[in-house]
Write a protein that binds this ligand. Structure first.
Ligand code: FAD
Length: 493
């Protein structure tokens, strides 16, 4: 008889843990509270428009390829992946739009236009970023981070010295470049990491390598295609996926997890992987004496932002927009302070717009556009319809002004999404969108650990544990946990 594993939560981490464990011979049930799987990457269909509700940037294609390879398949067998060119557009002002080319030579030329001579510094900057990316992906990210000893290896220590762990990325970028716009461009990937550039280690310039060299990609049909592909793989491996299963409790007898209660029914398990928000798994599903962390710990964590989003259907084609558009016509520093230091709604927000219909005809009716607007905001601030509407108008006015066209009167579908929804839909701590901030003090062994310290058959996966937030790290997180279980308990059958 195979050992039974219950995985709670069907985001990328849950899907990845479930499929990897099933491949290792375990009998796996994946329980999801919502009516559909995918977690933060669900899709929303309204009146012929199909929106990706969460992630829209497909970065680090190597991670996806490696995942599919583990199951003897490939990305190409599941979806049609295209590289976006331009990768994205950055609006610094009405007549100042930077279209970031996918081609590396053109990217060097772009730097030369803004700061003559800067392509030399860029070459060195990218060579270092490539080194950091390769070492991180092969040595650091794949560690379960259960002990500092994992990192006490000469090669890793030697590499760590070259990784700029103790320098801020902000300082590091300014050591290479002086042009404000280039600095903003290079600091932008830090937005994904959920911390201010001056608090993010320069190690994360590896994200610039991911952005500039590895590129921004898009699976035709939308990001949900990744979820569908991972669902197919999980099912082929034998995972039973059950939606409408809201887990209410993790039950413990004689120091071992024996079952979970879902919809009032006890479901037995030899092993449980909590792949919903870590805070929810511990604080709401587990008795206090079994928790790894208390409320003081969670209060002291620096969270990555939440966000306000609008999913919009527009009944005409829009000019001037690319697939991805960053509106940097406001100072980043003040907005970042209003997220992290003085949590409040931003006085003059930066925002971001995805117009996936620029690349993909299937996501909007013919002649119309699929537009998603997003403002990063602090976690746990007041969230009302009136506030959302105020920021909708701010974004719309700026969008209309910067692109020189009327948009608002052409909006035929409009749905907002923010803190309250993150809490209700995903049991998200503070309504966070992106998990924990990637500061040095919250990296690797300093993140919430993947293993329960008192119950040896309870593990955690997902964006609040190692390696961190984002689609690729969440996929890796599920794999890490599954491999750790297989290493410790052997094959499931
Ligand atoms: C708006 C937004 C934009 C983003 N943009 C990008 C991007 O462009 N690129 C990128 O790489 N990353 C992006 N991210 C981050 C990325 O989407 C996440 O890091 C990743 O999807 C997290 O996956 P997860 O499996 O850890 O968690 P989740 O996706 O949250 O999955 C957890 C699941 O657990 C379920 N659950 C919760 N409680 C229970 C319970 N009691 N019982 C059963 N099920 C439960 C939830 O419903 C959910 O389905 C974005 C995130 C957001 C929110």
């Amino acid at each position: 008889m195979s050992k039974k594993v219950i995985v709670i939560g069907s985001g990328f981490a849950g899907l990845s843990a479930a499929a990897t464990l099933a491949k290792g011979g375990y009998e796996v049930s994946l329980l999801e509270k919502n009516s559909c799987i995918g977690g933060r990457a669900r899709k929303l269909t309204i009146a012929g428009f199909t929106f990706d509700m969460g992630p829209s940037w497909y970065w680090m294609p190597d991670v996806f390829e490696n995942y599919f390879k583990e199951f003897g398949t490939s990305v190409a067998k599941h979806y049609d992946l295209i590289r976006l060119d331009p990768s994205y557009a950055v609006f610094f002002g009405k007549d100042e739009v930077m279209r970031v080319p996918a081609n590396l030579n053109e990217f060097y030329q772009l730097f030369e236009r803004y700061e003559p001579g800067s392509s030399v510094a860029l070459k060195k900057f990218l060579a270092d970023a490539e080194y950091k990316y390769n070492v991180s992906m092969s040595d650091f990210v794949q560690k379960p981070s259960l002990s500092i000893l994992e990192f006490l290896d000469f090669r890793i220590l030697n590499a760590a010295l070259r990784m700029d762990l103790f320098k801020s990325i902000s300082k590091y970028i300014k050591n290479h470049f002086t042009n404000e716009k280039l600095i903003q461009l290079l600091e932008f990937p830090v937005l994904f990491l959920g911390a201010k550039p001056n608090e993010t280690p320069a190690l994360y310039s590896m994200m610039n390598y991911a952005d500039i060299v590895l590129g921004t990609w898009y699976p035709q049909g939308g990001m949900f295609k990744i979820v569908e592909a991972m669902e197919n793989i999980a099912k082929q491996e034998g995972v039973k996926i059950r939606t409408h299963e809201r887990v209410e409790k993790i039950n413990v007898t004689n120091g071992k997890v024996v079952s979970v209660t879902s919809n009032g029914v006890d479901l037995p398990a030899d092993m449980v992987v909590g792949a919903a928000d870590y805070h929810h798994i511990e604080q709401n599903l587990l008795e206090e004496k079994y928790r790894n962390y208390d409320t003081t710990y969670w209060k002291s964590r620096k969270m990555a932002p939440s966000c306000l989003m609008y999913y919009l259907g527009v009944n005409k084609k829009l000019k001037g927009l690319e697939h991805h558009n960053l509106f940097f016509d406001a100072p980043f520093d003040i907005h970042a302070e209003e997220i992290y230091d003085r949590p409040q709604w931003p006085s003059n927000p930066l925002f971001y717009a995805t117009c996936a219909s620029k690349t993909d005809k299937s996501v909007a009716p013919e002649g119309q556009e699929n537009l998603v607007l997003l403002i990063p905001i602090a976690v746990d601030i007041e969230d009302t319809e009136a506030i959302r509407e105020k920021y909708y108008n701010i974004m719309m006015d700026r969008l209309e002004h910067l692109t020189g066209q009327s948009i608002k009167e052409h909006v035929v579908v409009k749905k907002s999404y923010a803190i309250k929804d993150f809490k209700a839909d995903y049991n998200s701590f503070g309504g966070n969108a992106y998990g924990l901030a990637n500061t040095l003090r919250q990296t690797a062994i300093f993140k919430p650990t993947i293993k329960n310290k008192r119950l040896n058959n309870l593990y955690y996966a997902g964006q609040l544990t190692v390696p961190g937030p984002g689609v690729p790290p969440s996929i890796i997180s599920g794999q890490l946990v599954a491999r750790e279980i297989i290493k410790k308990f052997g094959k499931g059958n």
